[in-house]
Design a protein around this ligand. Structure first.
Ligand SMILES: NC(=O)c1ccc[n+]([C@@H]2O[C@H](COP(=O)([O-])OP(=O)(O)OC[C@H]3O[C@@H](n4cnc5c(N)ncnc54)[C@H](OP(=O)(O)O)[C@@H]3O)[C@@H](O)[C@H]2O)c1
Length: 334
């Protein structure tokens, strides 16, 4: 099929492009040409800014596509424009949303796709509203949308993640035995998804009639608590994790402004979702990579791309860890 990817050089979309090429699709990318491509293989490139609606419409309607994979819509206005541009022109429109549309706390763990949509961030609200535009277009005029809701995606292209988000100093910290902070008692649930597995879901759904008008959680198979997530990550790197617990409110109070935004919005809640619906409809979405293997592949990429930051580049982590350890010692003494 001839597939137009909006984005295509990002963390998830690079893996999607690699898999599209590997499975024999004809691939066209639309992006601004700012992010360097990391895939090998031939694609056609259209350069432009998605937010320039007139220019976008002009550039993407000069050719025909079977399917569009949209990685760069974050609001209902852009979604409505996509419906206007592609209605009647494509047989499938695959929209990348997020599990942030559910917000937290979840009512069911792991959460199904019919979990109430109660986002707690502007990002989640924008994606929820964009989803609603696409779903309304499906219900009213059979706009052929398929919605994907990834959780935490990781892999070559971005550093590993801790409670401060993608953190290029995390591997250095683990290698040097520096403390890693985890929220609460470290028993909150988290669920990483390898980008190559995300690509299996997206590309496997291309041309799949059962996926039209559907929303899917697209997440890894392994639900772990924060403690286990870091312990297994460290072991995959050949080290032991030096974990220090602290309440979310203390972490947020002690971190610089903005550093704890993902902790506040995502990490303080259980984030665990079922991927059963996607597995039932898209058989290619199977054989997902175990966490340790994904960690090793990500660290290999970090080593070769030279993206590591020094272990002391986020000094507040050591300061907070000292405070937490002093408090523990005080408690132990009674
Ligand atoms: N990472 C996660 O854990 C996660 C979880 C849930 C959902 N998601 C969703 O995944 C999507 C991100 O996918 P990704 O990882 O491939 O993206 P990414 O790493 O954020 O890369 C963004 C891609 O879009 C292009 N782009 C950005 N702004 C653009 C614009 N205004 N006009 C045209 N092209 C633009 C970039 O190329 P240029 O810079 O060259 O334009 C690049 O190819 C988002 O929709 C996000 O909500 C991610």
């Amino acid at each position: 099929m001839r597939v137009l990817v909006l984005g295509g050089t990002g963390l998830i979309s690079t893996a999607i492009v690699e898999r599209l090429l590997h499975t024999g699709h004809d691939v066209v990318l639309f992006n601004r040409g700012r992010t360097p491509a990391r895939f090998a293989g031939n694609v056609t490139r259209i350069q432009g800014d998605r937010q320039d609606f007139g220019d976008f419409q002009h550039k993407v309607t000069t050719s025909d596509y079977d399917a569009v994979i949209d990685m760069i819509t974050f609001d209902p206005r852009t979604a409505a424009h996509a419906v206007e541009v592609f209605q009647g022109r494509v047989s499938q429109y695959l929209f990348c949303s997020t599990v942030c549309v559910y917000g937290g706390p979840l009512t069911t763990i792991p959460a199904h796709e019919d979990e109430p949509l109660r986002p707690v961030s502007d990002y989640g609200r924008g994606k929820r509203d964009a989803e609603q535009v696409f779903m309304t277009a499906w219900e009213q005029s059979e706009f052929p949308v398929t919605i994907f809701r990834p959780s935490h995606c990781y892999g070559p292209g971005a550093p590993l993640l801790d409670i401060w988000g993608y953190n290029a100093s995390l591997v250095s910290r683990i290698r040097e035995g520096r403390p890693i902070l985890i929220p609460g008692d470290g028993r909150g649930l988290w669920q990483p998804g390898f980008v190559g597995d995300m690509a299996k879901g997206f590309v496997g759904a291309v041309g799949c009639a059962a996926s039209l008008g559907m929303a899917y959680n697209i997440v890894g198979d392994e639900i772990m608590d924060w403690r286990t997530f870091h312990e297994r990550m460290a072991r995959a790197i050949g080290c032991e994790a030096n974990l220090v617990c602290m309440t979310t409110s203390q972490l947020l109070a002690g971190a610089p402004d903005g550093a704890g935004s993902m902790l506040e919005v995502n990490f303080q809640y259980h984030a665990a979702y079922t991927n059963e619906r996607l597995k039932a409809d898209v058989p290619d979405f199977s054989g997902l990579l175990p966490w340790e293997d994904g960690v090793r592949r990500t660290v290999e990429w970090m080593d070769s791309a030279g993206v590591h930051e020094p272990s002391d580049s986020r000094p507040w982590i050591d300061r907070l860890a000292k405070e937490a350890s002093a408090f523990e010692r005080k408690l132990a003494k009674g």
